[in-house]
Every structure is written in C-alpha cells, then in structure tokens.
Design a protein around this ligand. Structure first.
Ligand code: DUC
Ligand code: ZN
Length: 498
C-alpha cells in the first residue's frame, strides 16, 4: 500500500488520554493518516526517529494573555506580542493557545474580537483561538453579538468577580450564564471576592503594609473559596457548565470536588505556579517579590502545593493552563509600576499597582511532564488529559486538537528517549518569550521537548533550541461547543431560563 506521506515519526511510544502504545506515525497534509508499526519508507517523505521516546499530543494552553488590551487603569504593558508569545509556546511543546479578547465596558464584543484579530493574524506561529472577556453583559451583547461570534467559532467567555474594570455582580453573571446555556458557550470564572479584597487593601495601606507579599495578605484563601462557592451556586441555579480558572486554594479545590461528586458539570483549572511555587517567592528582597505577584496569590503554606498535585492526579482539575501574563520586571510599565522610589533611595513596594501575573507559556508543559509524570505524581495518560485533551474537549476543538489519532491535526511533542534524557536547567536566557525573567530561574527539570510538530511541520528543534515557524503560520481556530458533560435539566425551583 502506497500511503503518499509527508512525514513518518518512527519508533514512537504514543500516549493519549487513555492509552500508551509503540507505533510509527504517518502524516499527510498536516493530519495524522496512520498509526501502525513498520510503515514502509517512501521517497521524498521526511522521517524522524523517536528512538522509543514518548510522543504526546501538542499542548493546548487554554489560558494565555498576550498583547491583551489593558482594561485595567494601570497602563501595564504586555511583555509579549503575538510572535514572541507564540514562539515561546512552541518551544515548550504547546501548539494551540486560547487568548482573551477583552470587551471594555460600554463597547462591543465584536469590535473587541476584530481588534484582537489585527494583533494576532499574520503574527502567530501557533494555532489559536479567543475567549471573550465579558464586562458588559447587556441584551444586545448577549443575544445579538454573542450568537454571531459563536458562529465565527468563538465558543467560550470569561467573567471576573474582581477587578474594578472587569468585575460583574451576581446578577450580571446570571445574565452571562443564561446566554451561555442558550448558545452552548463555555463559561470561565475568575473567583475572588472583590469587596473583601478592596477592604483589606485599604486597611493594609492605612497600616503601611504595602510590600509585594502583602498582596497575598490582602487575599487569604477564603477570598477565593467564598467566591468559588458563590460561582458554583450560580452555575447550579442556571444548570450550566462552568470552569473555575486558576484555582490555588485547597479550600476551593474541596468545594469544586464536592460539586463534581454531586455530578454537577463543574470543571477546574490550575496553573504551574500554584503546583510548584509558594508565597515565600513574594518575600524576596529588593522588590524581586513582585515577579511572583499574581491573582489568586501563591499560597503561603508550602504543603498546599501537594494538595494541588492531588487534584491534578485525582481528576478534580480538568486542565492545566499557564495563565501566561507577562510584564517585564525592569520596566516602568511592568512590575515597577508598583515600585515607590523614595528620596532616601530605599525602594518600597505598593502591591496595589503591581501588575498581576507571571510568564509561563513555555515552561507549562515541561513542568507538568517533569514534575508530574517523571516524578511519579501523575500518569502519562493524565498528563495528556491535563495538557491537551480536556482543553480541546471543553473548548470545542476535539478531535482536531488534543489527541493523536487518524484524522487529527499532526500536532506532536516528541520527548527525549530515556537514554538521551538529561537534566534541563530553566534559565530565562534560553526561553523565547520577551519577558526579562522567569519565576522558575534555576529550576532543574528531567526533560524538555526534543521536537514540537504543528500540523506535520517541525516548528521547534530542541537540539538547537530554535523555533522554525514563520509569523503568520499559526491558524485561527473556529471552535465548536464543549463535548464534556453539559446541562442536566435539574432545577432548584420551578424557575426555568425561558
Ligand atoms: N491574574 C489575573 O487575574 N489575570 C492575569 C494574571 C493573574 O495573575
Ligand atoms: Zn488569566
């Protein structure tokens, strides 16, 4: 049989969300055509020998902030544009990202999307889609504009319970959820109690407690768990699925787990920093703690990290996303927005104006592989679910993305085989983002992707650490609805949405 292939990956151990098996992988026109042992060689067909190494689906990072319009009044500048941010993704094994088109209050969702296309199209080197950030869920936006955007393949929205310029009250969230249910849109919620944060921030400021680590003091775990509980109540009332983004507090994990045990369609995301770093990072001298200011904050109790790993292992977490939100440290429009230089030359921090967020799109997958699979905390199958498959399902891209099977896009990570594996030290100078630091500087990993393949093309060569894709080669993905469990038609009263 002549298969007319473009690429054969030989001697792979393919891992999917359910299986692991030795095979060759045949690719034609960017799609996986065949999985079989001993595919015959063909003239003009490139071959890569995986040498018995694991091959996993290309990463799907479903929470990335790149060159996002600053809805916040701080005037912070994203370190990455679409080219540097997506190069960084490919170099860490991620072939698909979902970023955020933000609606400023009083403006149109469609305009926000059009604006964002201008920044990403012709610049992205990986495949991509957008979530909407909804700040004004009025009738026109939810019932005229949203259905049009769903037809264009934008099938997810995010709402915030905090941040002055972004937050929705409970009634507004219900409006969003009602539209989400009607148009089969996945809703993501940032759960923190805004009023408690505002009150604590003012109170801490009055006491002069404004250093980077006081950001954590202002947002103890109960701020996250109370809001999580409230968001889940709203989801249950509306009988609609919901993903809680960037969960950091064990109390919130427990609340989510209980909801899932009751078979509510509740999904959860956590991020590399909550699994590997803790609040001590924010206490570093010379304002360095600002590098790790994010929201929700890194938690103070180092044992909380193991609770996050438990949730990653036992299925509470659906996806593992980077929440890549890069601002440079040494930049007056970056982390130093929160630096007060006083006349005695004794720098002080003002956590309220430090931009929240850490860079991490490149380190996400290698951290999960190394700290998770190679250290025995999660199985290779669970890795694939968390890193690729579940995000593809939840955000309507499966099975085009997120798996290795005939007909799927040939998006692959080829890992080093055991005999070629050596420790990899994370250093910012090796990374491809445009941020001037990584929170993981000096951390030793057990492995790093050997090759990243996007639609059949080698786009990252780990031997040379080179990204080989050209700006504009990434494709915008028209996504469908989630294929994970959805509404159950179970109601809390005789009320129904329509
Ligand atoms: N928190 C957010 O809410 N957004 C971006 C980054 C962060 O840490
Ligand atoms: Zn985020």
């Amino acid at each position: 049989m002549f298969l007319d292939l473009d690429l054969i990956v030989r001697n792979a151990v393919v891992v999917t969300a359910s299986d692991q098996f030795p095979t060759d992988i045949g690719v034609k026109n960017g799609k996986i055509k065949i999985l079989a042992a001993g595919i015959p060689s063909q003239e003009g067909c490139r071959e890569i020998d995986a040498e018995g190494g694991f091959v996993t689906p290309g990463g799907v990072d479903s929470h990335v902030h790149i060159a996002q319009s600053a809805a916040k009044g701080l005037g912070a500048r994203s370190a990455d544009d679409w080219t540097s941010g997506t190069k960084s993704a490919l170099a860490g094994g991620t072939t698909t990202i979902l970023a955020f088109a933000v609606q400023a209050r009083g403006t149109s969702l469609i305009d926000a999307v059009n604006e964002y296309h201008k920044k990403s199209d012709d610049h992205s080197v990986c495949d991509y889609g957008y979530h909407l950030i909804v700040t004004d869920p009025n009738e026109v936006q939810m019932h005229t504009e949203l259905p049009k955007l769903v037809k264009e393949g934008i099938s997810s929205m995010k709402v915030y319970m905090t941040y002055v310029d972004l937050k929705l009250n409970d009634g507004e969230i219900l409006n969003v959820l009602m539209a989400a249910r009607k148009y089969k849109v996945t809703t993501m919620v940032h759960c923190e109690n805004a009023e408690v944060i505002d009150w604590m921030t003012t109170n801490l400021q009055e006491r002069g407690m404004t250093e980077p680590w006081h950001h954590g003091t202002s947002r103890p775990p109960i701020v996250e768990s109370e809001a999580t509980n409230r968001a889940l109540a709203l989801a249950e009332l509306m009988d609609t699925p919901m993903l809680i983004v960037h969960v950091s507090a064990p109390e919130a994990v427990n609340i989510i787990r209980r909801a899932q045990t009751r078979l509510l369609p509740i999904y959860a995301e956590t991020c590399p920093h909550y699994a590997t770093l803790d609040g001590s990072e924010m206490r570093k001298d010379d304002f360095e703690g600002a590098k790790c200011v994010c929201a929700p904050p890194l938690r103070d109790d180092p044992k909380d990290k193991e609770r996050i790993w438990e949730g990653l292992s036992n299925g509470t977490f659906t996806v593992f996303s980077s929440d890549h939100a890069p601002t440079c440290f040494d930049d007056d429009r970056g982390k130093k927005l929160g630096l007060i230089r006083n006349p005695t030359n004794n720098p002080r921090g003002n956590f309220r104006t430090i931009p929240n967020g850490l860079p991490g799109v490149e380190t996400r997958t290698p951290l999960l592989w190394s700290e998770g699979v190679l250290k025995g905390r999660i199985t290779p199958q669970r890795f694939v679910e968390l890193n690729s498959t579940n995000a593809a399902k939840l955000y309507g891209m499966y099975p085009q993305k997120g798996t290795i099977q005939p007909g799927s896009d040939a998006d692959l990570i080829i890992w080093r085989p055991g005999h070629k594996r050596s420790q990899y030290k994370i250093e910012n100078s090796k990374l491809h983002h445009a941020c001037d630091y990584t929170p993981y500087e000096g951390m030793m990993l057990e492995d790093w992707p050997r090759y990243t393949i996007l639609r059949g093309q080698v786009v990252y060569d780990g031997e040379t650490n080179e990204v080989l894709a050209q700006p504009g080669s990434g494709k915008f993905l028209q996504r469908g609805s989630s294929t994970l469990p959805g509404p159950r038609n179970q109601w809390l009263s005789e009320w129904r949405p329509e």
